[in-house]
Design a protein around this ligand. Sequence first.
Ligand code: AMP
Ligand code: FE
Ligand code: FE
Ligand code: ZN
Length: 284
Amino acid sequence: MREIDLHIHTTESDGTCTPAEVVHQAKKIGLRAIAVTDHDTAAGFRAAAAEGERCGMEVIPGIEISTTFFGPVHILGYCIDPSSTELEQVLDWVLRDRDERNRRIARRMQADGLPVDYEEMRARFGSAIGRPHFAEILVELGLAESVKDAFDRFVEKGRRYYEPRHFLSLERALWIISRSGGIPVLAHPFQYRLDDDRLRELIEHAMVYGLKGVECSYSGYSAGQSGYLLSLADQYGLLTTGGSDFHGAVKPHISLGSGIGGTLEVPYSCLEELRAAADKVKQQ
Ligand code: AMP
Ligand code: FE
Ligand code: FE
Ligand code: ZN
């Protein structure tokens, strides 16, 4: 039986299930606990936690912040205080920057004669709009076959509707998560295509600024890959976490709790250790 899933996106960022739907789905498949880890916002957690209270599902506050080191690096933050004013200030900056970038993308599409209304997108998709939403619009307009196809041909770096946005530095993301009582964890370490030396360099550098864990189990990671990450975490005395990176219908091959092809399995003990570490941080 699957126990937990610590990496989940909702409609508050680029997922297609509402926070309440995610909680119900988790309940249906028998999970004991979930963490909602939307990009750049804790809003999804609040709604999920309220639903979790109602139907008896443990919901952990989380967030996923995009940063750069050698290239893109994503940092997950668990057990954060979602109402920390410092966290809110930093996230406001990120969301504003995202919004400015989105408006540039929308203007570029409009200039090409596409019927894209950014205010309508905001009403429909919320505050953490991203390229996946533009990809969805391109699919709806019949210009792409799928979100992936839209990325490949239109919104991936170097394509016509790509516009850059700014990222928090790795150090600042680690700092703000720790500062708001959270536990920073390196997300999906193989996604950055770093060799062993560089991955270690990233981990060692991040640890100086408060990194406390590594996401060892992730959708699509083989037993061998997870084993390698578990041994890395062990060598550095880091916590281990795992999650599917569920996004709903935009990534239909990824299932909540069980990942791709049912290969993901994250034990409840990961969460217990995470929570113990967070309690320790809060006592300091
Ligand atoms: P943004 O932060 O708005 O620039 O969008 C980045 C998000 O787009 C990531 O979090 C991924 O979920 C998604 N993404 C990036 N590349 C692709 C791709 N090739 N296909 C589908 N989704 C992608
Ligand atoms: Fe995403
Ligand atoms: Fe990510
Ligand atoms: Zn994610």
